[in-house]
Design a binder for this molecule. Structure first.
Ligand code: AMP
Length: 281
């Protein structure tokens, strides 16, 4: 496994791999790796000759009041976990990705009005910008993302299509702790009490699923019941609970036969956790 720190070196390597027709699978991450990240990397290992993992806490996707400074980081531990799975780990400093006098940004108008985009207004524009750069530097044939960040997968699918990247996207299932909590780097920021309480996220999603299975077709009433359930947990503060068309994240009046996503974001203290489930009723 080789660690690469500069964009120039990574780009040179990617060009060389491409000229030798090596298929590259790429897994972008912000580090502080866990089994969820490793599931993506193992999946990439199955189908690609070369696996590149990036570790970059992207400042552009954090709002001024968000946890960029506090985001958990432990590069030494991450590199140990990656040995044996990744061929190359791209670990750029911010000045390798962003120049002082950048003039272009990415606008994702029309995709920026639901779920996480409401409380994190520039988040997905920041995600799209860094991924555009990383895709151009690493030149992968396939990229791997987790369903955990469901809205991100919808934005990335559009990004790849609209900007003609010619990359295949693979979306991998959510890896959970034994009690159902979705694995997340941010879980390490929870106190013991908050960690125990956080199991309510997955339970609320299962409640939504059960209501739909038992014939409830009204998204608003299901959302209300899920919110009431979440509010029983005093440590939880709801950001959103929503039920949307899984394909385009449009609002639905009634639950029909198309695939839907039940998604939520909840704060425990300053730590904001997200989770979702996909359903085809
Ligand atoms: P992050 O480091 O949080 O930016 O995540 C990097 C990638 O790992 C994203 O595509 C996430 O969706 C994915 N990921 C994070 N947590 C999980 C999880 N529990 N299960 C599956 N994929 C995950």
């Amino acid at each position: 496994m080789k660690i690469i720190k500069t964009s120039a070196a990574m780009q040179k390597l990617a060009t060389d791999l491409k000229s030798r027709q090596k298929q590259t699978g790429f897994v972008p991450t912000m580090g502080f790796l866990h089994e969820g990240h490793l599931s993506l990397i193992k999946k990439a290992r199955e189908k690609n000759q070369i696996v590149v993992v990036s570790i970059f806490v992207n400042p552009a996707q954090f709002g001024p009041k968000e946890d960029f400074g506090n985001y958990p980081r432990d590069l030494r531990r991450d590199l140990k976990l990656l040995a044996g799975y990744a061929d190359y780990v791209f670990v750029p400093a911010a000045n390798q990705i962003y120049k002082k006098d950048e003039k272009l940004t990415i606008s994702i108008e029309g995709m920026n009005s639901c779920l996480c985009a409401i409380s994190r207004s520039n988040h997905f524009a920041g995600v799209a910008l860094v991924l555009t750069k990383l895709f151009n530097i690493i030149k992968p044939g396939r990229v791997y993302f987790g369903q955990k960040d469901y809205q991100q997968t919808v934005v990335v699918r559009e990004l790849i299509r609209d900007f003609c990247f010619g990359i295949s996207m693979v979306v991998c299932p959510i890896v959970r702790e034994a009690d159902g909590l979705a694995m997340s780097s941010r879980n390490s920021r929870l106190s013991k009490k908050q960690r125990l309480a956080a199991v309510i996220l997955y339970r609320a999603l299962l409640l939504g699923k059960d209501l739909i299975k038992s014939g409830d077709k009204n998204p608003d009433s299901i959302i209300d019941k899920m919110k009431n359930f979440l509010q029983q947990e005093k440590l939880a503060r709801i950001d959103y609970v929503d039920i949307l068309d899984a394909k385009n994240l449009h609002r639905i009046k009634s639950i029909g036969t198309g695939q839907i996503v039940i998604a939520l974001a909840v704060y425990f203290g300053k730590t904001r956790l997200i989770d979702n489930i996909l359903l085809r009723p």
